[in-house]
Ligand binder design. Structure first.
Ligand SMILES: NC(=O)c1ccc[n+]([C@@H]2O[C@H](COP(=O)([O-])OP(=O)(O)OC[C@H]3O[C@@H](n4cnc5c(N)ncnc54)[C@H](O)[C@@H]3O)[C@@H](O)[C@H]2O)c1
Length: 424
């Protein structure tokens, strides 16, 4: 699993990853240049953001926001400046604070673009968690708004800030493996079943209506709430847009490709017999002129597949290059595997964002929204092909599937009245 967990962050923050990132930026400690940052959505990943941003001396997390009062209080309490951290239930009130320079968005996916557009409108820089959008049309709107605003919009595909992965991509681009005609993005891990949960009242004090936001009104259920919302189409997109997007993004980056010509899918629930709507098994092929990008997902066993649990394999004429949790390695045909670098780096992605915010250089972002949107689009198309059950031919000029009204309907969504997307 390359998704960054709280435990991983603490490990890295206490160890070399964060330390070396901080050491590489000594000028960052000037208090007058402090970025005033806020975190919207303080669940598992939002708390990683609050801690991650606050560990840089040139950044202060001044506000946190969550519709769940226990979670926003927990996030504020963990910060070094806890007494000064303002807590908000409604991000729209937070965005009115003029002294806030930038925000992290770590809500469920169905809110990502909505909050990002509102934040840009309020003049903030944005670090939006992956996937940047809940559907393709949202991603297009966000790319447009980011360009118009001139603000920095960093995407939570932090692998792009990992030095080892940057080196590995350069190695591929220099032609060291010969022609690379295929890459396989592997997402292979155990995601436990969630069972069946009846609808119930939301926990006391929680603003469940604001949690639902643009999604259709529906009674509360523990299974569609914190974290488990990933497995319902109205809020998430399954593990393809949860963890798989990291591997899809790195595979696409290494291959040097953008939007595909076609997408086909074999997709099923072979394991879950519960409330899950999204698949536990997916095999997708994204077709390009010169190569294929394959995505293979199995969520039912934690054994290493082809030596990996999770990562990308690039297949070249002369050998293979692998990116995974254990780092990056290359194997030329007939020779032993050689490690060439480390893997993903959350702290470095934050550092890169802060540097760009301070310098006003969105063009220097490592994981810019333009790239995040394309990788999110691949994932959305993979899910659409899975849901309609056929191969999609995609026209990147019109950003639509050719002669497929049913698929094209899923490129957007219906917004609940009062929660239509903000226009920037
Ligand atoms: N980059 C990574 O490696 C990585 C790792 C984990 C999660 N993530 C991403 O982070 C996001 C959050 O994931 P999570 O696991 O923390 O989910 P989570 O359900 O634990 O947390 C989401 C939080 O957002 C809050 N929220 C919902 N609507 C809100 C609103 N309108 N305003 C403010 N807060 C609101 C919820 O109450 C909850 O506390 C997801 O999009 C996920 O894909 C990224």
């Amino acid at each position: 699993m390359t998704d960054w967990t709280r435990r991983d962050f603490m490990k890295a923050a206490g160890g070399t990853a964060l330390a070396s990132t901080l050491a590489a930026h000594p000028a960052a400690a000037v208090p007058s240049e402090r970025v005033r940052h806020a975190v919207i959505g303080t669940g598992n990943q939002g708390q990683n953001h609050a801690e991650g941003f606050s560990r840089f001396p040139d950044c202060e997390v001044v506000a946190v926001c969550d519709v769940d009062p226990a979670r926003r209080a927990e996030a504020a309490k963990a910060l070094p400046n806890a007494a000064r951290v303002e807590q908000f239930e409604d991000f729209r009130a937070l965005l009115e604070r003029k002294d806030i320079d930038s925000v992290s968005i770590a809500t469920p996916d169905h809110w990502h673009t909505w909050v990002a557009l509102a934040a840009l409108k309020a003049g903030k820089h944005v670090y939006v968690e992956k996937p940047c959008s809940h559907n393709v049309r949202e991603g297009e709107a966000l790319v447009k708004a980011a360009a118009q605003s001139g603000k920095c919009v960093q995407h939570g595909t932090q692998g792009r800030s990992g030095k080892g992965i940057q080196d590995a991509v350069r190695f591929l681009r220099e032609g060291n493996l010969g022609a690379v005609r295929a890459a396989k993005a592997i997402n292979h891990q155990l995601r436990e079943p969630i069972g069946r949960e009846p609808d119930s009242d939301p926990p006391a004090g929680v603003n469940y209506d604001l949690w639902l936001g643009p999604a259709p009104k529906r009674p509360f259920s523990k299974n569609r709430w914190h974290y488990n919302w990933h497995w319902f189409w109205a809020y998430g997109g399954g593990d393809l847009v949860n963890d798989g997007i990291h591997q899809v993004d790195q595979a696409r980056w290494g291959l040097g490709v953008g939007l595909p010509n076609a997408v086909s899918a074999s997709s099923a629930q072979l394991f879950y017999r519960d409330d899950h709507e999204t698949p536990d098994t997916q095999l997708l092929t994204f077709e390009y002129d010169q190569c294929h990008l394959i995505y293979e997902m199995r969520l039912w066993t934690d054994y290493p597949m082809e030596g990996h649990d999770n990562g990308v394999v690039f297949y070249g004429d002369k050998g293979i290059l692998e990116i995974g949790r254990a780092g990056c390695s290359v194997t030329f045909i007939g020779q032993p595997k050689k490690k060439i670098g480390e893997g993903t780096d959350f702290a470095a992605n934050i550092r890169n964002f802060l540097d760009c915010v301070k310098a006003g250089t969105p063009e220097k972002l490592n994981a810019p929204i333009t790239e995040g949107h394309i990788s999110a689009t691949l994932c959305h198309l993979g899910n659409i092909a899975s849901r309609v059950g056929r191969r999609l031919t995609f026209d990147a000029k019109t950003m639509a599937c050719v002669s497929d009204d049913e698929a094209n309907k899923l490129l957007g969504r219906e917004y609940r009245s009062g929660y239509e997307l903000p226009v920037v």
